[in-house]
Design a protein around this ligand. Structure first.
Ligand SMILES: C[S@@+](CC[C@H](N)C(=O)[O-])C[C@H]1O[C@@H](n2cnc3c(N)ncnc32)[C@H](O)[C@@H]1O
Length: 344
């Protein structure tokens, strides 16, 4: 314990020295005040520790998700040398041996990889909690899979590390972000596998009517408040607007989920995820779906929660079918909410 505190202190000093002279990200006070009021009510004292991390980029950590389609032992050795270790090595075998994500307790960011013509990228940098919806979805070879809100594509890439779907439909409503999604797929996935992927620019709320009972697995990684990002809004007018529009987000999330329910085959499963702490966008949304769709049942994910509890701080006051990852110093992953549901 003492050792890890010392390490964090040293790392922080290192990062502070590195960032001297660079323009610092500024906290948007309007957003912080809004969160302060809401999350103190919803999370109590835990919010103070979470706030400490989400408002201080110096504490942020990034996972390095290896691309199995462009494996490099040199990269893996380099990560070991820098003190990174594989997030999933100690967890149970069913937690996807093919998913390799390296993390370090020390805050900081591994350098991003530049695009090289004719060569797939070797790794993708992400918040390690982003892999949890993918693990919860548990894709099997040959399945019909939909990633309903897919850009920029981090979770799509992670899903393709786990299994070879029969068909993989990646959808993104925003045209510019959809282009970004296509670039991500082309940078990480070999051409032979691109054949099983369809990219569309549909409103996810229409997919249920367009493709009823088509998919075995659906990920709804919904548009949400994105707490970390909003806290650093550079435009205060846009931030105020976002906070006003925040109230309608849960209605959109419910519509996306209803569409996903229609698009699922009987027996299929869906995972709903967000990167906000907001109860209105998390458990309230899931509860509403469970209460209004008689063909939807919760799926117990406590075993997965116990398998990952060493590396992620999980909220304790959630239901068996939910996870809420709370960022803390040294485990700065999340916020990430996940719920797993099944169609009967
Ligand atoms: C949280 S982000 C998804 C992140 C992505 N899953 C990843 O891991 O890289 C949510 C995405 O949903 C998209 N979106 C918003 N409204 C949508 C809708 N009605 N249908 C489909 N996608 C939508 C947003 O443009 C945004 O790219």
């Amino acid at each position: 314990m003492r050792l890890s505190c010392c390490l964090l202190g040293a790392a922080q000093r290192q990062l502070e020295n590195k960032s001297k002279g660079k323009p610092q990200k500024q906290i948007c006070q309007v957003v912080l005040d809004h969160f302060e009021e809401q999350y103190t009510k919803e999370l109590g004292d835990a919010w103070i520790r979470i706030r400490d991390v989400v408002t201080s980029p110096l504490f942020w950590q990034y996972g390095v998700l290896l691309n199995k389609f462009s494996y490099s032992s040199e990269l893996e050795n380099n990560l070991h040398l820098k003190g990174y270790y594989n997030l999933f090595q100690k967890t149970s075998p069913h937690l996807k041996g093919s998913l390799k994500c390296y993390i370090s307790r020390i805050p900081g960011r591994f350098p991003a990889q530049k695009h090289q013509t004719g060569k797939l990228k070797e790794y993708y940098l992400l918040n390690a909690a982003s892999l949890l919806p993918v693990l919860a979805l548990d894709i099997k070879d040959g399945e019909e899979v939909l990633d309903m809100c897919a850009a920029p594509g981090g979770k799509s890439i992670a899903m393709l590390q786990c299994a070879y779907p029969g068909h993989f439909h990646c959808n993104e409503y925003d045209i510019l972000r959809s282009r970004w999604l296509k670039q991500t797929l082309e940078s990480f996935i070999p051409e032979s596998l691109l054949n099983i992927i369809t990219v569309s620019e549909l409103d996810g709320r229409q997919i249920g009517d367009l493709h009823p009972e088509k998919y075995d697995k659906i990920l709804v990684d919904a548009p949400c408040s994105n707490d970390r990002n909003w806290l650093f809004s550079s435009d205060v007018h846009q931030a105020r607007l976002r906070l006003i529009q925040r109230k309608v987000l849960s209605a959109v999330q419910i519509q996306l989920l209803r569409s996903a329910v229609k698009a699922l085959r009987p027996g299929g499963t869906l995972v709903y995820s967000t990167c906000t702490l907001s109860k209105a966008e998390n458990s309230d949304v899931t509860t509403q779906i469970l209460n209004s769709c008689s063909n939807i049942l919760p799926v117990d994910i406590r075993e997965m929660a116990s398998n990952i509890s060493q590396e992620f701080l999980l909220a304790s006051n959630v239901q068996q079918y939910e996870l809420l990852v709370l960022p803390e110093r040294g485990k700065a992953w999340g916020p990430m909410y996940i719920a797993k549901l099944k169609k009967t």
